[in-house]
Design a protein around this ligand. Sequence first.
Ligand code: NAD
Length: 376
Amino acid sequence: MLWDYQQPVAIRFGNGRVREIKDVAAEMGLTEGGLLVSERLFAKNGTAERIVKDSEGAISEIFSEFSPNPDVTEVDKAAALIREKNLKFVVAMGGGSAMDLAKSAASIALTNDSIADYHGTGKAMPQEHLPIIAVPTTAGTGSEVTCVSVLTNRALGKKAPIVSDGFFPSVAIIDPELTYSVPPHVTASTGMDVLSQAIEGYWSKGHQPICDACAIHAAPLVFKYLPIAVAEPDNAEARQKMCEASVIAGLAFTLPKTTSSHACSFPLTNIHGIAHGEACGLTLDWFARINADAQHGRVQEFARAIGFEDVGAMADAIHELKAKVGLRTGLKDLGLSAEQIDDLVRISRHPNLYNNPVEITDEMLRDMYEHLAATD
Ligand code: NAD
């Protein structure tokens, strides 16, 4: 087996470390021209302004006009601001949406292109990019350590990741206290993304030993701490452990890439508005059962390594976890028509599906969606 491992992001983890943004920028020689891409809540509640003030002139602009699952037009707006103000670096503080928008804007700003030219077109991103400091505020995507930017083109009805080495942030500052304000449903959904990334990173065709170890570390933390973080938003231990799981699951999947559950999540989010992590988790136990005996027993080994008797027991636990934290276990309320199920089958045929260890046919997808369409 041949494998390579690369992880270029410096990680600073711990409560209160958001206050180190200025020092990190200074260590990188960045003393002016910073753009803070900030989650709207932090732009509204004064946190973003305080970060700008504390930066003593290093950060001069705030951009917070973007939506969850950011649109290509919003990336273009951030890039236009960078060009107009001749900005030199980007601090991305928010969930995956803020970080992914910032990553693409930090690359595209050095060209006169629209990000739409690169989104889902196969055109390689330019190599040059502004330095990025990533500060996640959800325990979810792991985007702070990945080379992925997931964008949506609402005009074309398309959601897809762009991958570029230029998207790796220089530094990730993970401050669990920033996640205390995340509402329970978002905590649940983003936490399910962590679990999906760990499990899919492990069983991806691109698996490799260092990422396996990360997946085995991250997944049990989600089973243990997600219900606590949802029920007790200020529980410091649960928030900290979910942040630890999130960044380590990010390391677990960024090289192997995600698989079937992420492929299916794209139409579930795009067409039916289901939050990203909830959409990933919706199919995770189904694919666990499909993949149970793949890779000469590796998936069974994973289930045992994280404390289950076998993959069947792990799949049951995923289902129970979803129910416990208030996430969907079915799609019955949507009253899906046969045509809508056809669309889900067709659009789930995303490149990530081909990373799944078992070949997924249209019939398998149809069985799954018909089952989910009949399940509460
Ligand atoms: P998000 O960034 O869309 O945020 C979800 C909601 O939570 C938003 O309404 C946001 O305003 C709010 N929020 C965020 N932080 C908050 C806080 N601290 N307090 C209160 N509210 C807060 O959600 P996400 O799950 O972090 O990111 C999802 C996006 O990331 C999707 O587009 C997904 O496809 C993408 N993604 C990217 C990667 C990657 O490697 N780049 C990996 C997985 C997913």
